[in-house]
Ligand binder design. Structure first.
Ligand code: NAD
Length: 297
């Protein structure tokens, strides 16, 4: 399967990174979002991240320009996928939204086009079942930040063909990533293991066992994690963490996955972590200093 044109659906935290790595590897990328302002923001973020690569000597100015030229934007899914060989969906982590998007993709994308989802936890089998091409549907789970993180967790749905898995595995390597195939069960591997740890860290805070800094310091210095679990939750997005925990809870029917009420409250209050400016920490543009939110002092 020759892949040249890649459409990325959703231009948020992950979508801009996915567009960046494909464009940098020479693919023609169409970045699609319902929100035009989000598309502008995504291109600005990609440009800033490319500047960082240039300043580190990883890329030349010319390569930066070519990468940006490889990306076009669109606010319509139908127009944005008309010439795609592969679509990578990275829209909001919401099952009904993803099912609706995949119905639209199936109707609008060319017949042999592969449909991948970057979902953190939603069943690929369920997503594939709303299309007429379930054998061409696969999970392509990039890690955040996409240009930096090496892993791509590849998820085989019930009907995913061996050929499609082989194509996506080879493609991930072409992007300079390390692919790892897993089967389709709630949370796959990455989030089945990560999210209970993050949830337990939030419970520890909720129950007053320790403060934000103490919890993160124990895990950083004690377990050699580069980032504490609360900072990581802010970085992922607290709404994303909550959605994944709900998928684990519903999928396994086991109370050990029940989201901590503090996490639910923070999401309801719009405290979504770095992307909203506040979660367990507060985030000020241009500052790298880690400041604990007033709510937890
Ligand atoms: P985000 O909230 O930053 O961005 C989601 C984007 O989707 C928004 O720009 C929104 O406007 C857009 N969108 C919503 N409905 C749309 C539609 N119908 N058509 C086109 N665009 C639409 O979310 P994110 O953190 O980038 O997560 C995206 C996906 O990636 C989710 O499935 C998430 O689980 C997964 N993921 C996230 C992380 C992470 O660390 N944030 C890591 C791996 C995977």
């Amino acid at each position: 399967m020759g892949i040249k044109n890649v459409s990325v659906i959703g231009a948020g935290t992950m979508g801009n990174g996915i567009a960046h790595v494909f464009a940098q590897s020479g693919f023609k990328v169409t970045l699609v979002d319902v929100n035009a302002a989000q598309l502008e923001k995504a291109i600005a973020t990609i440009s800033k991240n490319l500047d960082r690569q240039v300043s580190k000597g990883v890329l030349t100015e010319e390569q930066k320009a070519t990468t940006l030229q490889n990306i076009t934007t669109n606010t319509s899914i139908a127009d944005g996928v008309a010439h795609a060989n592969l679509v990578v969906e990275a829209a909001t982590e919401n099952i009904n939204l993803k099912l609706e998007i995949f119905k639209q993709l199936d109707a609008a994308a060319p017949s042999g086009c592969l449909l991948a989802s970057n979902t953190s936890s939603i069943s690929i089998t369920k997503i594939a079942a709303v299309t007429k091409r379930p054998e061409l549907v696969i999970g392509m789970h990039f890690m955040n930040p996409v240009p930096v993180m090496k892993l791509v967790e590849i998820i085989n749905g019930y009907a995913t063909s061996k050929e499609v898995n082989a194509t996506i595995t080879a493609l991930s390597k072409q992007l300079g990533k390390v692919p790892c195939t897993v089967n389709d069960y709630p949370g796959f591997i990455a989030n089945r293991i990560l999210m209970p740890m993050i949830n337990e860290a939030i419970y520890s805070l909720f129950e007053g066992v320790a403060g934000v800094e103490e919890i993160d310091t124990v895990m950083k210095l004690g377990m050699a994690h580069p980032m504490g679990p609360l900072q990581l939750a802010d970085f992922i997005g607290l709404d994303v963490c909550l959605s994944i925990l709900k998928v684990l809870y519903d999928g396994f029917g086991n109370p050990k996955y029940a989201p901590c009420p503090l996490l639910t409250n923070m999401v309801m209050a719009g405290k979504l972590g770095a992307k909203s400016g506040e979660g367990f920490y507060v985030y000020t543009a241009g500052s790298k200093e880690l400041v604990v939110s007033e709510s937890f002092k």
